[in-house]
Design a binder for this molecule. Structure first.
Ligand SMILES: *Cc1c(COP(=O)(O)O)cnc(C)c1O
Length: 235
């Protein structure tokens, strides 16, 4: 992660966040993405644990696409703000309990963490009840880590079938590679599965490796700490 370049930059401090210059960091990351790919991926700003000041700062910079890990925190961040920003796009990037499906469908435009048949059924019910149609990505556990959410690579096709039978609009795949392995092969695997299943969207790459993910064809990169600074909690 390249946090070094602007640490010494002493801009007028406009907010009380610990990491001044969110707009500047955002511009740098967008520049990185554009330098790598002719069609750069969408930058998803991951706002879990962030302060109101940080949210206001990045909104003021014109950013509108956000990722959140937890349904409840996402409501705290966005429930009132969404009325002021009709072009907001909210993406759930953390695990979803089926009993929170209705809340999730009500708030999020995109749910990136579809990973089991029961969740497909509950989300379909929530769509029917609310009259809202959302977009979904299947989370793939490319490293087949037991503690991690997501379906194994060999089970993606079966889950896609279930999701479509339920009427869910699945447009792509998402992954979080194991922390202790090079990410490239995981991104390559995700891209390969998506291609085979003719799914156009790939959500992959975080602060440490959004550049690599972009080289492997990411359509969405999920960036938190490189934009906002290190998080205090382990969330
Ligand atoms: C927290 C999180 C991110 C952002 O992580 P950074 O390393 O801070 O960029 C991206 N994706 C998921 C699923 C996350 O939970």
């Amino acid at each position: 992660m390249r946090l070094g370049s602007s640490w010494g930059f002493c801009a007028i401090k406009m907010t009380d966040t610990d990491f001044p210059g969110i707009a500047k960091r955002r511009a740098e990351i967008l520049g990185d993405l554009a330098a790598i790919a002719e069609t750069p991926p969408m930058l998803v700003a991951v706002t879990k644990t962030q302060s109101d000041a940080a949210l206001e700062e990045i909104l003021a910079a014109g950013h509108r696409v956000f990722g959140e890990n937890r349904v409840q925190e996402a409501f705290q961040h966005w429930e009132t703000r969404r009325a002021d920003y009709p072009d907001l796009e909210l993406r759930l990037i953390g695990p979803l309990q089926s009993n929170k499906s209705e809340d999730a469908v009500n708030l999020f435009h995109v749910i990136e963490t579809l990973d089991r048949p029961k969740l497909c059924r509950e989300l379909a019910k929530a769509e029917q009840k609310s009259g809202l149609k959302r977009t979904y990505l299947i989370q793939v556990n490319t490293g087949e880590e037991p503690q991690k959410a997501g379906v194994a690579p060999r089970d993606v096709e079966a889950l896609l079938r279930v999701a479509r039978e339920q009427g869910l609009d699945v447009t792509g795949l998402m992954c979080i590679p194991p922390v202790d392995e090079p990410a490239g092969p995981h991104f390559a695997l995700l891209a390969k599965i998506a291609k085979r299943l003719e799914l156009p969207q790939l959500s992959m790459g975080m602060s440490a490796d959004y550049d690599i993910a972009t080289r492997f064809g990411a359509t969405h990169v999920r960036v938190g700490s490189a934009l906002f600074g290190p998080r205090d909690s382990s969330a």
